[in-house]
Ligand binder design. Structure first.
Ligand SMILES: NC(=O)c1ccc[n+]([C@@H]2O[C@H](COP(=O)([O-])OP(=O)(O)OC[C@H]3O[C@@H](n4cnc5c(N)ncnc54)[C@H](O)[C@@H]3O)[C@@H](O)[C@H]2O)c1
Length: 379
């Protein structure tokens, strides 16, 4: 039988041979904050040419192009439809605010254009289902932009859980947040209902959910009892309280297929340092992930495994792994490879559909004030 230490061995990726003569033509839909990270990573790919930029705000794409020296042959479009209709792009990054994720992604897929879609996948489960159906009919690649998936410590957490050394996972606690950190870096698109749709729940909650659900293999969510609040965003002393229309805190108790319980809480603002570490409890061992800003890509400190060896209660501390590559670069490069080689999407929609179903269930349950079932239609 493999030793538990085998689960912590470095897994070195084979150096990939790439056909750099075939350039992938890429467009960016939405030229706001996160588009910068996409462009910088695409610019590191010698086999990618950014050919088109679109934004609803007149002049924004042109100014973005000049600021990040995107190229002199780039064409500009007033919205996602005009960009896709131009036929210039093999693939697009959808970097719009949450409320337009679904319409941009579906339109691109319906036209056979591959999509790297920023997180959260969208706002509602209905939108997520429509995206997955469009993907199924398209033959194009769709990947969702969860860069922490490429972090070595996140991958290690999954390998530990998948090794079976913890036995059967039956209880998970996850989440996190900021004492004060409602995101308004370049405007209010994260906090307005018509642009964001959901607040902390979707913005950073989706990462906490992905960290643990990916580790255990994304079982289907069955029921949820959820809660959301907006005490900080709506506080009259908060400068944007008049436009704040989403949640700044969410909590939930979720039942997953296979008898797994998920206890979740996430905050953009709270009178607390952290709502707790992430823990996965198993029948043979448990793992603790120190409270983490997992939206920044990694875990919050060395993982600790609690287990029993020769009748002794043992704690094994796993040293953190050093990353010599940028997670954003890996997210973009893996998407480009999947489109060029026709491979599997690095972060498949079939998994993130369940992530979105939980977010949707929490919002529905919170609005109704009672537990709700999660019903995900066949794609
Ligand atoms: N992966 C990450 O680390 C990360 C970090 C920040 C934001 N994000 C995600 O990226 C998305 C965008 O965030 P942001 O901070 O860049 O927002 P932003 O508001 O700064 O920019 C979004 C831009 O999209 C444009 N837009 C909206 N609909 C459009 C359409 N149909 N066609 C063309 N342009 C359109 C808007 O005009 C705006 O300029 C959000 O969903 C957010 O959750 C991800």
């Amino acid at each position: 039988m493999a030793s538990i230490l085998d689960a912590f061995k470095e897994v070195h990726e084979a150096i990939k041979e790439r056909d750099l003569s075939q350039k992938l033509k890429v467009g960016i839909i939405g030229t706001g904050w996160i588009a910068e990270a996409h462009v910088k990573s695409y610019q590191k790919c010698p086999d990618v040419e950014i050919v088109a930029l679109a934004d609803l705000i007149p002049g924004k794409a042109e100014a973005f192009c000049a600021r990040y020296e995107v190229g002199s042959n780039v064409q500009f479009f007033p919205d996602h439809k005009a960009l896709i209709d131009s036929g210039l792009c093999d693939a697009v990054s959808v970097c719009t605010y949450n409320a337009t994720h679904a319409q941009c992604t579906i339109y691109a897929l319906e036209h056979g254009v591959s999509v790297l879609l920023e997180k959260p996948m969208c706002v509602t489960l209905d939108e997520a289902v429509a995206i997955c159906k469009a993907e199924k009919n398209s033959g194009a690649v769709l990947s969702i932009g969860f860069q922490p998936r490429f972090d070595e410590n996140m991958k290690l957490l999954k390998r530990i859980v998948q090794s079976g050394e913890l036995g059967q996972i039956y209880y998970i606690q996850t989440g996190g947040g900021r004492r004060r950190g409602i995101p308004t870096p370049f405007g209010t698109s994260f906090i307005q209902k018509d642009t964001a749709g959901i607040g902390a729940l979707g913005d950073i909650g989706c990462y906490s959910l992905d960290m643990v659900l990916n580790s255990i293999g994304y079982p289907k969510p069955l029921t949820v009892s959820g809660y959301t609040s907006d005490f900080f965003g709506k506080d009259p002393s908060y400068e944007h309280h008049d436009v704040f229309g989403v949640d700044d805190f969410a909590a939930a108790f979720v039942r997953l297929e296979g008898g797994v319980i998920l206890d979740f809480r996430i905050a953009w603002a709270m009178n607390l340092d952290t709502p707790g570490d992430t823990i996965l409890m198993g029948t043979k061992g448990s793992v603790r992930v120190p409270s983490t800003e997992c939206w920044n890509g990694s875990v919050g400190g060395p993982l600790v495994i609690y287990h029993e060896i020769a009748g002794e209660q043992i704690e094994t501390v796993i040293p953190m792994k050093h990353m010599d590559k940028d997670c954003f670069d890996l997210k973009i490069r893996s998407f480009v490879d999947a489109v060029k080689e026709g491979g599997e999407p690095p972060v498949p929609s079939s998994q993130i559909l369940y992530n979105q179903a939980i977010i949707d269930g929490i919002a529905r349950s919170a609005a109704l004030g009672k537990e709700v079932e999660i019903n995900i239609p066949e794609i």
